[in-house]
Design a binder for this molecule. Sequence first.
Ligand code: GDP
Length: 198
Amino acid sequence: LNFRAVQFLTSAPTLAECPEDSGAEVAFAGRSNAGKSSAINALTGNSKLARTSKTPGRTQLINFFRVGDTQRLVDLPGYGYAKVARAMKDEWQRHLAFYLEQRHCLRGLVLLMDIRQPLKEFDIHMLTWAVQSGLPVHILLTKADKLKRGPANNTLFAVEKALKAQGLDNGVTVQTFSSTKKTGLDKLELKLSEWLAV
Ligand code: GDP
């Protein structure tokens, strides 16, 4: 798969408006500011692709990108803006849960966490759900360039240990990642190619 040739396909406010549920998809999720847009941009080499509106209160959309003939990357709306009203968070969670539960072509979830703030409530929630559903998860510890190599690797090991301790390690892999330094890109591409293989 050539991730440099990824193209924007469509945006869907609800599951009903998503592309046909066929082929294979990998979804990207994370708290707002985790570095999801930057990671998608680094992966695709296209800085305009994931320029989703960051304005809280705007309609949250699920964005679809075409990778191969039948394969897609899916940018799920960010989560965690304190300013977003409770009602909107609930609405967002409903759409997200619906997508994750109903989407047959979903092969895996890339969960992004800032390496300086891993395993927040949202992350644990997503992991718990995915592990229970048998959906593979690949965790990106983002902005790894903010830490020196030693502390970054220590965080990686600590996250792996914490997942194991909580019984959340089944089908879950973890790596460090930096969009600015482009480190970990090869590892991410390998995982995506594995999941999206037809
Ligand atoms: P999103 O809300 O998850 O899409 O996060 P963004 O991709 O917009 O990134 C949030 C902030 O973190 C921005 O200010 C980015 O410039 C910064 N950021 C994202 N990735 C990296 C990275 O790999 N290294 C560093 N140092 N900063 C990053």
